[in-house]
Design a protein around this ligand. Structure first.
Ligand code: ZN
Length: 587
């Protein structure tokens, strides 16, 4: 039911390509060779409650990396990991990392809805020894089904069926209540929804779709979870599942998948309403979904009300960046609207890249918009395993086909294979994006074709002129937010887009103040600081006055009037010795 079909990305250059290569050349192998991915399965019990998630996440990201690079060593590592994982599946289908008496089969309901505890409290989770076992199965299914899409193998599908059949045996029909498993009112456990839908899409077996809808029924029957009815009635994302950001967005992915399979509009509206709510109330100017611990939610990874915004107190979990990007990209596939790519791109180029250390190994679990020292580390944690998945997915969504049009979703330098409908061959995008959005798109089809080509302007970019082979071209903005022109496209044709990144001010209001932050085009700006600043350059000034104080030099550098403060891209302010000051107090 996707409207949009991706064209194969051949290569990604520029800063997106550099960041992608950092993961592919370093972290990907660092994790693969750590032993940590498979150890928990081969030597049960694992050493960490959610150790099992990392292999599935790695299979997802590494498979997409292989698809673009064709790296044979990587293919061998993928096959080896899949083979070893499948070899640890028990006779009943169980494929987790828990000891026999602690599995979801042995203890299918491990929390009452009223039992409060913090799921970031690893010591507590270890003591309990339970709570994340269905979660591991969610990621096994996700990773294996992604792998199998490119390396068809019935044994893999069979292993997935057996996992799901065991889950159905325990949680299906009148069985145990999945929302009584795990943490945060079951919202971690119900992320299974998306994976079960994926299995249905692969097998077309109705029992998996039935189970997915059964999970929805269980969620709706739990007043503390009830995500769909809450979002359909205009409710927010702070209450369901205690607003646990990462998991809540992962559940929205499940609803979107259900829409793809059933066409039921309430599932799509749930995902769209959740997306809109997060977009309007819970994103930083960096595109990072911000969360904060308050007295009405569970921990610092939970969404908070907008009045509780404070740049010194909020943080962004890397998994939230990654899952938000996934949600944007999957909504884009279904609806084809440019706003979803705008949002994904903003998060990738700012918040997500800010989490990634330039050594290619280290990542931050949390970042904050205003901090002096991001905490990079090489630990294998949820976020470092999630973020490469989003990077790879974004790289696979650069251009595609929709309504018979060739839709170019990025101005970033890359090359994409053209399908037969567009004459075969390739297309290359040449630019210095995101530093400069002016772009040339070169068509290199094997044979010319007449069709509508459409392109999208990134957030904060102003269009000046469009030309084809040097001659000004008339374009029209379509209802999905893309600019389109129809003509015959031949080998050697060049579509030139002359555009400019604009400086914009963004105001954020909380109970304890008003803050202003700035963007230039898609890039969030920040002051680089190594200690807490004690000056307030915009004290008492309105955001528009603050914006007017910014001075751009010919070399592109930006200063705040005569204060001596320079602004730079947010993610470049994040280093071992410095952090960003993204939000400034204003009047
Ligand atoms: Zn995480």
């Amino acid at each position: 039911m996707n409207k949009w079909q991706a064209l194969g990305t051949v290569g990604v250059a520029g800063s997106q390509g550099t960041r992608l290569d950092l993961w592919r050349r370093h972290r990907l192998w660092f994790v693969a060779e750590s032993g940590y991915l498979i150890d928990g399965f081969e030597h049960r019990p694992g050493v960490h409650p959610w150790q099992g998630e990392h292999l599935g996440k790695w299979l997802h990201a590494a498979t997409l990396a292989w698809r673009m690079t064709g790296d044979e060593r990587l293919a061998a590592a993928l096959h080896d990991n899949v083979e070893r994982l499948l070899a640890t599946q028990l006779g009943d289908g169980y494929l987790g990392t828990y000891a026999g008496d602690a599995t979801f089969v042995a203890r299918p309901e491990n929390v009452t809805v009223a039992d409060p505890h913090d799921d970031t409290d690893v010591a507590n989770a270890k003591r309990r020894g339970i709570g994340w076992d269905t979660w591991t199965h969610r990621y096994n299914l996700y990773g294996l089904l992604t792998y199998e899409r490119f390396f068809p193998n019935e044994a893999v599908v069979d292993a997935c069926r057996r996992m799901a059949d065991l889950l159905i045996e325990v949680y299906g029909g009148g069985g145990a209540d999945l929302t009584n498993y795990g943490t945060r009112k079951g919202i971690s456990a119900t992320t299974l929804l998306e994976s079960i839908v994926m299995l249905h899409e692969r097998t077309h077996d109705a029992k998996y779709l039935d189970f997915a809808e059964h999970i929805v029924e269980r969620m709706e029957a739990n007043p503390a979870l009830r995500l769909m009815s809450s979002l359909l009635k205009g409710g927010g994302v702070v209450h369901p599942g205690e607003g646990k950001g990462y998991q809540l967005m992962a559940n929205l992915l499940g609803y979107l998948g259900l829409y793809r399979c059933t066409g039921k509009s309430e599932y799509l509206r749930t995902a769209v309403n959740g997306w809109t709510e997060i977009r309007e109330k819970h994103l930083l100017v960096t595109g990072g979904p911000w969360t904060r611990h308050t007295d009405y939610n569970g921990n610092r990874e939970c969404f908070a009300r907008t009045e509780d915004f404070d740049p010194g107190e909020v943080s962004v979990e890397g998994c939230c960046d990654a899952t938000w990007i996934q949600l944007c990209l999957h909504l884009f596939e279904v609806l084809g609207e440019s706003k979803y790519l705008d949002a994904a791109e903003t998060t990738l180029y700012n918040s997500l890249h800010g989490h990634q250390h330039p050594d290619g190994i280290q990542w931050c679990y949390f970042t904050a918009p205003n901090e002096t020292k991001p905490r990079y580390g090489d630990t294998i944690h949820c976020c470092a395993s999630s973020m490469p998945r989003a990077m790879e997915m974004q790289a696979a969504h650069l251009a595609g086909e929709i309504d018979g049009h060739l839709a170019i979703g990025t101005l970033a330098p890359c090359s994409v294979a053209l399908s037969e409908a567009f004459g075969g061959g390739a297309l290359s995008v040449e630019s210095d994006f995101p530093a400069d959005p002016t772009t040339e798109i070169r068509f290199e089809p094997q044979s010319g074709r007449t069709y509508t080509c459409e392109f999208r302007l990134p957030a904060g970019v102003k269009l000046h002129r469009v030309a084809v082979n040097g001659e000004k071209a008339a374009i029209a903005l379509n209802r999905r937010g893309f600019y389109e022109l129809r003509r015959r496209w031949d080998r050697g044709d060049v579509l030139a887009i002359e555009a400019e990144s604009t400086l914009r001010a963004h105001t954020q209001v909380g109970e304890h103040g008003r803050w202003v932050a700035f963007t230039k085009g898609s890039i969030a700006l920040a002051q680089q600081v190594s200690s807490a600043p004690d000056d307030e350059p915009f004290d008492g000034r309105q955001p528009e006055e603050a914006l007017a104080m910014l001075e751009q030099s010919a070399d592109g550098s930006i200063r705040i009037g005569d204060t001596g403060i320079a602004l730079m891209p947010y993610h470049l302010a994040c280093t071992d010795d410095s952090g960003p000051r993204t939000y400034f107090r204003c009047g």
